[in-house]
Design a protein around this ligand. Sequence first.
Ligand SMILES: Nc1ncnc2c1ncn2[C@@H]1O[C@H](COP(=O)(O)OP(=O)(O)O)[C@@H](O)[C@H]1O
Ligand SMILES: [Mg+2]
Length: 276
Amino acid sequence: MTEYAIRMEHIWTSFGDKIVHQDINLCLEHGEILGIVGASGCGKTTLLREIVGLQIPTQGEVFVMGRSVKDVTASHGKRLLNNCGVLFQKGALFSVLDVFDNIAFPLRELGIKDEEFIKRIVFMKLAMVGLSAQDAWLKPADLSGGMIKRVALARTMVLEPGLLLLDEPTSGLDPILSEDLVGLLSQLHRDLKFTAVMVTHDLDILRDLCTKVAVLADNQLVAFGTLASVLSCKHPFVESFFHNNRARRVFQYIAKDGVYAASPQGAGEVQEVSHG
Ligand SMILES: Nc1ncnc2c1ncn2[C@@H]1O[C@H](COP(=O)(O)OP(=O)(O)O)[C@@H](O)[C@H]1O
Ligand SMILES: [Mg+2]
């Protein structure tokens, strides 16, 4: 059997009487980028938390890199988390630490003491997310929204995770900063080839970055597959989210058979197709 990067089998989640997930099943191959879409409160963040084992489903099983998240022992669990970079929506930086110490944090937490080594890694990651060496000495309060996301991303990537989980990475960013971040994620993915799962409502991300799209509605996964296949789903939420005027403009070059008329790779590379 193929070892998927992520396999969710018959996931049911409830909090008290409230059912959030009702029999969710999905598989994601290595190197894919999954975009999760759904109304607020439908259980997207909970699904991410279940992938890293921060939340245990009421029923069903989650496998990450072939291992059951439920079964891994505490030490294995730690290793699983180390191979998993998480950028949560509210995962703010530590405000008392400067950028350098924020990015160094996961390394120090692992018990790494070699400050020269830490320095090399931190400056490498800073450059990787497009920040300068001087930025290392700023405190979070002195950073713009876009810089905060970049620092948080650098911290997430510091242990070179095989799996990256992002909860609404572009929320709160203006369109230009958001496009920058998408370009950065796209470039990092090309270079590092991680698997990623992100909650996003950003149509450009879904088109340019995601290899698969999952739509949560009515407690279920109502659509899952390539964007082209999701676009042909008739569920009312899919209709309203993917077929409004703005979405139609963004997705106009995606053919029904899944062949992109515009480049699906990388933000800013999408070319206009002439209809002459
Ligand atoms: N730890 C928890 N205890 C009780 N209810 C929770 C908990 N976590 C999430 N929920 C509820 O589950 C539902 C889904 O939450 P969440 O996954 O955060 O939604 P989304 O990310 O799609 O907005 C919400 O109604 C939320 O209030
Ligand atoms: Mg959420």
